[in-house]
Design a protein around this ligand. Structure first.
Ligand code: AHR
Length: 535
C-alpha cells in the first residue's frame, strides 16, 4: 500500500469510527505508521528548554530562597527544584525575562549581594501585584543576578540563555554584559567584578536574546525599526572562547508581516545581514477562555484549549516559509522561547501572579506542543516553556517549604527520551472529535524518534471520554520489547497540589505483543510514551 492509499484508508476508517465515538463510548480502532527512512531531522535537545522571569513567584520563593532560608538550598537556590530538574535533563534555561528583561540593568544583579539596589519590578503595577503585599516580587532586591542564574543552570545541568535589554539600555550595556560573562579570568575589569561575586572563571554564556517581544513591551518596534536596532546591537561585540548565538525577538503569534518586514530590512544591504542571526524567536500562548481558571473548566473548554495549542503547527510552518523567502538556505532557525497554556487565576500565594496548579489539560497542551516541535525538528532549534516554576505553564509549584511537581513536569520527563533522537515521519489516522468545541481536531497526535534501533513514540489522546484502540506499525520492520509510560486521570481537571502531590503521576509498564504490528489502547485524556525496539 503506498502512503497516499494508506492515509486515505486510514481516514475512511477514522470516519466510520468517528461516527461510533460520537454516540457511544465504544473503543475505536486507529492506526499509527512510523516510516523510519523518512527522516525529518535530529531533535535538538534545546527544544526541551525552560524560561524563568522575575515575575510573580518564579524567581523569589520559586528558584531563589536565599542562603539563610530554612528551606533546603544550595547557595540560596531551592534544592528540591534542582534535584527534580535534573530528572528533566534540561538543556537550556532563559532568563531574566520576558518583559522584565527590557527594564533590567544587569549591573544591579552583580557584585556583593548586600550592596545591590532594590528596583521596582516591571510587573509591580499589574492588578494582582498592586493588590498584594510589598515584597521581592514588587521591589526586586536583585539577590538573584547573573552569577546566581548561571549557578542555577549548572546545578540543573542546563546552558544559560540571557535576554538583553534593548528598550531601555544602550548597545554598550549588551556587549559589556557579554564581557562580564565570558572574558577570561583576570583579563578585564568586568571579569574582576565577576570574580568579586564568586565566579573567577568565565560563565561561558553562548545564547543571547537581543531584547524580548520587541513588537510590544520590548520597545513597540515595527519589524523595520527592530531590524535597525538588532543590527546595531550585534554589529560588534567582544568575542571570547564561547561561540555566540544571537536570537532576534519577534514575531507575536501569527504576525507574518512582522517577520517579513524584519527579515527584509535586516538583509537590505545583502545576505551578510544574516551573519549574526542564529534564530528568530516566536512567542505563542494558548490562552484559556471562560473563567480562565487552570482547574475549573468544562469539557468544551478542555477542547478549546487544545485547539489553541495545536495552532503552533501552523505558526511554525508559516514563519518558516517567510524566513525562507529571504534566507533561502534556511540558515536561520526558529526559536519558540515562550510557549504554554495561560490561565488567569492566581491561587497559590499572595504576589504569585499567574501562579496556579496546572491540570491534565496543561499536560495535554505540553504533549501536543512538544510533539509539534519534534515533527518540525528541521526548523525549530530551541523552545522554552513559559515558565519553569510558579508561573503560567509551570513544571513546578513552590511556596516556602512546600514543593510539588506538576503534570507538565511529568510530560517533560517522559518526552526527554526524544532529545537527540532522529525525528521520523509518522502517519496517524484517528477519529475526528465530535464535540463542536474541538473544531474537527483528531483524537490522536504524536511524534516518533529513533536512536539506533530504539524508538520513542509519544501520543496524546485528546478525547476525554474514549480510549482509542490503535494499530502501530513500523514500515519494513518488526516491533519488540515494548514499554509504556502513561499519564492519565479519570478527571480532566486533576492536578497535583502541596497537599496531594501524587494525584497525577505517570505509570510505567511493559506491554505484551509486537511483531509486524502492535495493538495498543490509548486511554482517554492521556499522554503516552511507548519505547520499543525496531528491527
Ligand atoms: O511570560 C509572561 C510574559 O509573556 C513575558 O514577560 C512576555 O514576554 C510575554 O508577553
Amino acid at each position: 500500500m503506498n502512503r497516499r492509499t494508506f492515509i486515505l484508508s486510514g481516514l475512511a476508517l477514522a470516519a466510520v469510527r468517528a461516527s461510533k465515538a460520537a454516540t457511544s463510548s465504544v473503543a475505536t480502532t486507529s492506526r499509527v505508521e512510523i516510516i523510519p527512512d523518512d527522516t525529518i531531522g535530529v531533535i535538538s535537545p534545546n527544544i526541551y528548554g525552560h524560561f524563568t522571569e522575575h515575575l510573580g513567584g518564579c524567581i523569589y520563593d520559586g528558584i531563589w530562597v536565599g542562603e539563610n532560608s530554612p528551606v533546603p538550598n544550595v547557595g540560596g537556590i531551592r534544592k528540591a527544584l534542582v534535584d527534580a530538574m535534573r530528572r528533566l535533563k534540561p538543556p537550556v534555561i532563559r532568563w531574566p525575562g520576558g518583559c522584565f528583561a527590557d527594564s533590567y540593568n544587569w549591573r544591579d544583579g552583580v557584585g556583593p549581594r548586600a550592596g545591590r539596589p532594590r528596583r521596582t519590578n516591571f510587573w509591580a503595577a499589574s492588578e494582582y501585584l498592586a493588590k498584594g503585599p510589598d515584597g521581592p516580587q514588587k521591589y526586586d532586591p536583585n539577590h538573584f543576578g547573573t552569577n546566581e542564574f548561571v549557578r542555577f543552570c549548572r546545578l540543573a545541568g542546563a546552558e544559560p540563555y540571557l535576554a538583553a535589554n534593548v528598550r531601555s539600555a544602550p548597545a554598550r550595556d549588551f556587549y559589556e554584559w557579554i564581557e562580564y560573562c565570558n572574558s577570561p579570568a583576570g583579563s578585564t575589569t568586568l571579569a574582576d567584578l565577576r570574580a568579586a561575586g564568586g565566579e573567577r572563571e568565565p560563565l561561558n554564556v553562548g545564547y543571547w536574546g537581543v531584547g524580548n517581544e520587541s513588537w510590544g513591551c520590548g520597545g513597540a518596534f515595527t519589524g523595520d525599526e527592530y531590524a535597525i536596532e538588532y543590527r546595531r546591537f550585534v554589529e560588534w561585540v567582544p568575542r571570547f572562547a564561547t561561540p555566540l548565538h544571537f536570537i532576534a525577538s519577534g514575531p507575536n503569534g501569527s504576525d507574518s508581516a512582522w517577520t517579513r518586514t524584519f527579515m527584509t530590512k535586516l538583509t537590505e544591504k545583502g545576505r551578510s545581514g544574516l551573519r549574526n542571526l542564529y534564530g528568530l524567536a516566536l512567542h505563542y500562548y494558548a490562552g484559556s477562555a471562560g473563567k480562565r481558571s487552570a482547574t475549573d473548566f468544562t469539557p468544551a473548554e478542555w477542547y478549546e484549549m487544545l485547539v489553541k495549542a495545536v495552532r503552533m503547527d501552523e505558526l511554525i510552518r508559516s514563519h518558516w516559509q517567510i524566513l525562507g523567502e529571504v534566507d533561502t538556505s534556511h540558515q536561520v532557525k526558529l526559536i519558540v522561547d515562550e510557549w504554554g497554556a495561560w490561565h488567569e487565576t492566581a491561587d497559590v500565594a499572595p504576589n504569585f501572579l499567574f501562579g496556579y496548579f496546572p491540570s491534565m489539560r496543561d499536560a495535554l497542551v505540553s504533549g501536543l506542543t512538544l510533539d509539534i516541535f519534534n515533527r518540525h525538528a528541521d526548523k525549530v532549534a530551541m523552545a522554552n516553556a513559559a515558565q519553569l516554576i510558579n508561573n503560567i505553564h509551570s513544571s513546578f509549584m513552590a511556596s516556602g517549604d512546600k514543593f510539588v511537581t506538576t503534570p507538565i513536569f511529568h510530560v517533560f520527563e517522559m518526552y526527554a527520551a526524544h532529545q537527540g533522537g532522529t525525528s521520523v515521519r509518522t502517519e496517524i489516522s484517528s477519529p475526528r472529535l465530535s464535540d463542536a468545541a474541538a473544531k474537527g481536531l483528531y483524537a490522536l497526535a504524536g511524534s516518533c524518534s529513533l536512536q539506533g534501533k530504539r524508538a520513542v513514540l509519544t501520543i496524546t489522546n485528546a478525547d476525554h471520554a474514549n480510549a482509542i484502540e490503535t494499530e502501530i506499525a513500523v514500515r519494513g520492520a518488526q516491533i519488540s520489547d515494548v514499554r509504556a509510560t502513561v499519564l492519565k486521570s479519570a478527571d480532566i481537571r486533576a492536578h497535583n497540589t502541596f497537599e496531594d502531590t501524587k494525584a497525577v503521576e505517570p505509570v510505567a509498564a511493559p506491554v505484551g505483543g509486537g511483531g509486524p504490528q502492535l495493538v495498543y489502547s490509548f486511554a482517554p485524556a492521556s499522554v503516552t510514551r511507548l519505547e520499543f525496539t525496531v528491527a
